[in-house]
Design a protein around this ligand. Sequence first.
Ligand code: DP6
Length: 330
Amino acid sequence: MRAASQAQPNIALVKYWGKRDAALNLPVVGSLSITLESLWTRTDVRFVPGQQGDRVSLNGRSDEAEAKRISKCLDLLRACAGVDYGAEVASRNNFPTAAGLASSASGFAALVHAGARALGLELSLAEQSVLARRCSGSAARSIFGGYVEWAHGKLADGTDSVARPLLDAEAWPLRVAVAITSTAAKQVGSTEGMRRTAETSPYQSAWIETQEADLGVARDAIRARDFDALARISEYSCLKMHALALAAQPGLLYWNGATVECMHRVRALRQQGVPVFFTVDAGPQLKAVCAPSAIEQVKAALRDVPGVLEVLDTGLGEGARAIALDWVEA
Ligand code: DP6
């Protein structure tokens, strides 16, 4: 009745923003991402027959809002197994939580992976991806490693809105430098930001109409290992998502000054011939994706930007997997 799993955050290169069904968490667009390697969430789940309610510890603390979301996710697993046991959940991240670093993606991927095993459910990775999606959209992608696409899907029940791997991490081992420009939790979470955008941004329909073409370009770039093409489509998708959200009422401004300066530095490097591009999610951190040969130069350039607190560095990694129980608290 107990299992532990690890999953890593993923970073969307073609972004997910908007839901067509909030209850099933179905997206208005497909999306495409890379799963990271050295940032992780490790989660230990234990179901206790007879226990009422769940007890949740996140990085050694309890957080009521997060605990509620985790219980809803556990409810999906309990429904699959036909049980009503409460659970003890302990989860730990080795990176800042809730500041636009995709902690919900790795968090819910690890929770679904560990919870399913703890209940003895024999779920395929695709089935785990569907469950993770219902808890947080981007978590659908963290079930898999390397380059991953999460499909929009056609079915009303959402069972085909699932992620699938496109290419292994080792097949095109890009690196990612993450410039941390703030460790504060973001003011408007993705779920609320998406709702506000859909209700008020005049660009919502253009966003939806142009996504399929962007996904095609990104898939082709990955298939051909064409860095320049992937750089162009990724920066385009990132800036388009932020333009969409900036035009909401009130506008969603996830960047700070250092985020913007990092974008300029990355573009200046690329103009000098360094293979690097940026992407930014619903928070102020900037992720610079580059060829392995460029990582030290990219890190040095980002560290030099006033307001950058720290630069993390990671390769691309695997999907969710089982770990030893004592790894969670280790
Ligand atoms: C900007 O997956 O956190 O990172 O489904 O409401 O939990 P919910 O949203 P979430 O949104 C991620 C948005 C993004 C873009 C992306 O990862 O594709």
